[in-house]
Write a protein that binds this ligand. Structure first.
Ligand SMILES: Cc1cc2nc3c(=O)[nH]c(=O)nc-3n(C[C@H](O)[C@H](O)[C@H](O)COP(=O)(O)O)c2cc1C
Length: 221
C-alpha cells in the first residue's frame, strides 16, 4: 500500500489508457472513498455520472462530433483558456512539456488539433466520470466539487488507477445530459477519464513542474 505522500506524488494526468475495465467492486470502493471529501455544511453538492461500455462509446461518438462545430461550444460555466502573467507562463510550460513528450512541434497545428480531439475519445479510457453541480449552487459549492474530485483521483491512484481531469469534457454539457439522461438543472463542471495507464503512450512520459513553496504559501506568526 502506498503512503499518503506517495499517493499524492504518484497521481498525474494520464492521456493513454488500456482497454481493460476497472472491476465493479473497485469502482464502488473508490467512489465510496471520494464521498469522504469535505464540503460547506456537509452539503456534498457533487452529483457524479460514470459512463462505461455502451454509454461511454455513445458519449465518445456524440462529443467527438459536437466538438467539430465551434457553434455548438456552450459550457455551463464560461471558460476561455486565456491566462496572463505567471499563469500564462505556467500554461505554456505545461503545454511545451506535453507536446514535447508527444513529439508534436509548436507550429504543427494539425498535430495539436488531433491531440486535442483525443480529449473527446477519453484518451482511450474505458470509463469517464462527469461531475455535475445542481442548481442553484455557485462558486462555493463548485470548490467542494474540486475537493471531491481530487479525493476521488487520489483514491484511484491508491488503487493503481490512472485518471485525467478534463475541462474540455464540459464544453458540450447538453450532449452529456442527453446521452446520460440528466436534467438541465444539473450543470456540468468537468469530466474525468480513468482506467489503467498504457505505459507505452508517449504523452504519459510528460511530467509537469510546480512553483517553489514560497510562491504559493505564506506562513505567518
Ligand atoms: C479542472 C482541470 C481541468 C483540466 N482539463 C484538462 C483537459 O481538458 N485536457 C487535458 O488534457 N488535461 C486537463 N487537465 C490536466 C492539467 O493539464 C494537469 O492537471 C496539469 O498540467 C498538471 O499536471 P498533472 O495533473 O500531471 O500533475 C485539467 C486539470 C484540471 C485540474
Amino acid at each position: 500500500m502506498l503512503t499518503t505522500a506517495d499517493t499524492i506524488r504518484s497521481r498525474r494526468s494520464i492521456r493513454g489508457f488500456l482497454p481493460a475495465e476497472v472491476p465493479a467492486a473497485t469502482l464502488s470502493e473508490i467512489f465510496s472513498l471520494a464521498q469522504y471529501a469535505p464540503s460547506n455544511c456537509n452539503t456534498q453538492p457533487w452529483i457524479t455520472h460514470v459512463a462505461s461500455a455502451a454509454s461511454r462509446d455513445r458519449l465518445q461518438q456524440h462529443l467527438s462530433q459536437a466538438t467539430l462545430d465551434p457553434a455548438r461550444y456552450a459550457p455551463d460555466f464560461p471558460y476561455d483558456g486565456k491566462y496572463d502573467g505567471i499563469y500564462r507562463e505556467r500554461q505554456y510550460d505545461a503545454a511545451i512539456r506535453l507536446y514535447g513528450a508527444m513529439g508534436i512541434a509548436r507550429d504543427d497545428k494539425a498535430g495539436r488539433a488531433r491531440s486535442f480531439q483525443r480529449n473527446f475519445e477519453f484518451f482511450g479510457a474505458p470509463h469517464v466520470a462527469f461531475v455535475f453541480l445542481p442548481e442553484p449552487f455557485g462558486m462555493r459549492e463548485a470548490a467542494d466539487c474540486g475537493m471531491y474530485t481530487q479525493t476521488l483521483m487520489l483514491a484511484m491512484a491508491a488503487h493503481g488507477i490512472a485518471s485525467c481531469p478534463q475541462t474540455s469534457l464540459s464544453f458540450h454539457p447538453q450532449v452529456v445530459r442527453e446521452v446520460l439522461d440528466v436534467a438541465p438543472s444539473f450543470r456540468l463542471l468537468f469530466g474525468i477519464s480513468f482506467g489503467y495507464e498504457d505505459t507505452t503512450i508517449d504523452a504519459n512520459t510528460c511530467r509537469t513542474d510546480r512553483a517553489e513553496l514560497a510562491c504559493a504559501v505564506h506562513f505567518h506568526r
